[in-house]
Design a protein around this ligand. Structure first.
Ligand SMILES: [Mg+2]
Length: 298
């Protein structure tokens, strides 16, 4: 686990870091509030130990900023308070900190409180993940997509860049369900999902969008790379066979691809890909259609 230490006292930093490294945590440190916030953004720590009493920006100010930031608010904060002042401790907890430790640190207490906070963080991460995963396919769900689109949009607005989006849908899926039953239908959905996920990079987000509908968010790419990815999926799915009794069941998938430079809304990106998917269906299915050029790639 990675812990960020923010304290203006070099001695306090050194002592806390030495103790936390005993538990094999990775420790990064900052010696004022501003660089602490910067480190929180760049390092994405699992826990922040935050000194209350710092010049310029106090620990309370840092905590307020952390808790108002969509991307940072979930990182637990433990305040390091030099005083035995109850008011400070209450204020810290009210600002959203999970705990506080009084300086000078007791070695065992510091480590135990850090362990407790990290345990809670781990459970919280698991919980968040479970609300974002589709149980049948183990792909991300639409809630995860909505959150990730928001993040990618913020990134593009800040630093520029692009994102590509693929919408796809299993062709004639109702026929599969009607002919072989829903159990086989689910198996097909699962296999298609694995193929889509298998073609994704770590940074891509493969999503079960609806029943037999899927999506892939591809950061930092344009339609060219997205169409190539869709094409690889399309071919692999076309060759997939699911044995049902004596029969080999196979399906095809239609794909719509779009991209954005952040000038439109996330909804528009999804709609463009969806419109391209609609064209792919009407052009005979089992193909990839790119939204902007409105051309069939394959
Ligand atoms: Mg201090």
């Amino acid at each position: 686990m990675k812990i960020l230490l923010v304290d203006d006292s070099p001695e306090a930093l050194a002592i806390a870091a030495a103790r936390l490294r005993k538990d094999e945590h990775e420790v990064v440190s900052a010696d004022d509030g501003k660089s602490g916030l910067a480190a929180a953004r760049s390092e994405k720590p699992d826990l922040i130990l935050l000194d209350v009493d710092m010049p310029d920006m106090t620990g309370f100010d840092v905590c307020r900023t952390l808790k108002s930031d969509e991307e940072l608010r979930m990182i637990p904060v433990i305040f390091l308070t030099g005083s035995a002042d109850t008011a400070d401790k209450v204020k810290g907890l009210d600002l959203g900190a999970v705990d506080y430790v009084t300086k000078p640190f007791d070695a065992f207490e510091l480590r135990a409180r850090v362990r407790a906070a990290l345990r809670t963080k781990h459970l919280q991460d698991l919980l968040v993940k479970h609300t974002r995963i589709d149980p049948l396919t183990e792909l991300w769900n639409r809630r995860a997509l909505t959150d990730r689109l928001k993040q990618e949009w913020a990134k593009i607005q800040r630093h520029g860049g692009t994102a590509a989006f693929v919408m796809c849908d299993i062709d004639h899926f109702k026929h599969v369900n009607d002919t072989y039953g829903h159990r086989i239908g689910d198996k097909i959905i699962y296999r298609v999902a694995k193929i889509l996920a298998g073609q994704c990079r770590e940074s891509d987000l493969p999503v079960r969008y609806g029943g037999e509908e899927f999506a892939i968010l591809i950061p930092d790419e344009q339609t060219g790379a997205a169409a190539a990815l869709a094409e690889r999926c399309q071919r692999e799915i076309e060759e997939m066979r699911l044995q049902v009794g004596q029969e080999d069941v196979c399906v095809t998938v239609s794909f719509g691809v779009a991209d954005t430079d952040g000038t439109t809304s996330p909804e528009t990106l999804i709609e463009s890909a969806d419109a391209a998917l609609y064209k792919a269906k009407h052009a005979g299915r089992n193909r990839v259609v790119v939204a902007s050029a409105e051309q069939t790639v394959f």
